[in-house]
Design a binder for this molecule. Structure first.
Ligand SMILES: *Cc1c(COP(=O)(O)O)cnc(C)c1O
Length: 358
């Protein structure tokens, strides 16, 4: 590649890294918060029948109103809000950052939190300020208020529950962040199906609040589908920078089918919450690790007496893939495991016990 052509790219690109996904062939895969349950065979054939009506020679429905109505029926909000659909919620995060990216604008988020907020800000060239959580991964509300005052961010991202720590924030704290912000505040409820609380019913009270959700963690990671709920006029403005036909026909049909069969996903989410409880109890009984209470479908834990890197590599050797976060700021010695099936969770706990004693 000649340097001349490369020199036309924005120089910041050379500092970025492509999103890395490790090879998981042959692994017990507990790194990406996927739903461990495959669809029952009967449902699978009904789904195949449903998607067979796709007309792949035609562009998809440009603005799938019926799908939006079904989403609102299932998840709310049941009021004047509108929805904006995305090819994964990551696409909507990118769209939001693009929408506020004028000179001097900045983004505010918490740290540690979902890495894409910062990565997307970086790739678009918008400043991203990060307010650190305290040692127990709780929100430092005074620091957050101070940062809102100091930076007047155009966009605040609050993951609720937080990834990778798994906890919810105090409601009153989140509400005060929304009311003190002049800019937009996005409550990212990617783990909503597993959490005890949601801000869905607060949306109507705050014009500057947006709610972000995804089908990925619920059990449709493969189709890439997320949605943003918010005040009508705001959604209409954001919709202007959505690329045409961003939700392909197979995704539309699959999500529609899933919503028509939602009880399957609701039951799976219930089962995952219950297995999260067992996994937490098991992790608590394993000497040498400290798990953190989670409202999501994963558990963060600290390795106490040996390098977390070694434990992670030993698990890999045993063909168990989890997420190594120990190199990230504020997550020293931390690993994150997705709640899998009963069998997967047992394999993981046995492998972890072995790794800790290796
Ligand atoms: C996984 C995740 C997302 C991204 O979900 P996609 O819809 O798959 O792009 C967004 N926010 C948080 C906090 C997540 O953990």
């Amino acid at each position: 590649m000649s340097n001349q052509a490369l020199s036309r790219l924005r120089p910041e690109l050379s500092q970025l890294h492509a999103y890395a996904v490790p090879d998981s062939t042959g692994m017990v895969k507990l790194d990406a918060m996927e739903n461990p349950f495959a669809w029952p065979v009967a449902i699978r054939s009904q789904w195949l029948e449903h998607i067979s009506r796709a007309q792949v020679n035609r562009y998809p429905e440009p603005n799938p109103e019926q799908l939006k109505q079904k989403l609102k029926q299932q998840f709310g909000p049941h009021d004047e809000c509108d929805l904006l659909l995305g090819n994964g919620s990551d696409e909507l995060i990118q769209l939001l950052v693009l929408a506020i990216a004028k000179p001097g604008a900045s983004i505010l988020t918490l740290g540690p939190s979902f890495s894409m907020y910062e990565m997307i800000a970086q790739m678009i060239g918008v400043d991203c300020h990060v307010v650190s959580l305290d040692d127990n991964y709780q929100l430092d509300i005074k620091a957050m208020h101070a940062a809102i005052e100091q930076y007047d961010p155009s966009l605040v991202f609050i993951a609720y529950p937080n990834n990778p720590t798994g906890n919810l924030w105090k409601r009153a704290d989140v509400q005060s962040i929304v009311s003190r912000s002049q800019g937009l505040v996005v409550i990212d409820e990617a783990y909503g199906p597993f959490a005890a609380d949601s801000f869905t019913n607060d949306l109507a009270k705050h014009e500057n609040m947006l709610l972000l959700r995804t089908a990925s963690k619920l059990g449709l990671a493969a189709v890439r589908f997320g949605w943003l709920a918010g005040e009508k006029q705001l959604i209409a403005e954001l919709n202007k920078i959505r690329l045409p036909y961003n939700i392909n026909q197979l995704t539309q049909l699959t999500v529609e089918f899933a919503l028509d069969n939602y009880s399957i996903f609701a039951e799976q989410a219930d089962a995952i919450r219950s297995m999260r409880g067992s996994l937490f109890a098991q992790l608590s009984s394993i000497k040498g690790v400290k798990p953190f209470v989670s409202e999501a479908n994963f558990i963060l834990f600290k390795v106490l007496d040996r390098p977390a890197d070694d434990v992670f590599s030993n698990l890999l050797k045993q063909k168990v893939l989890i997420k190594n976060l120990s190199k990230q700021q504020g997550l020293e010695q931390c690993l994150r495991v997705t709640v899998g099936s009963k069998e997967e969770n047992k394999i993981f706990c046995d492998a972890l016990t072995k790794a800790l004693n290796a």
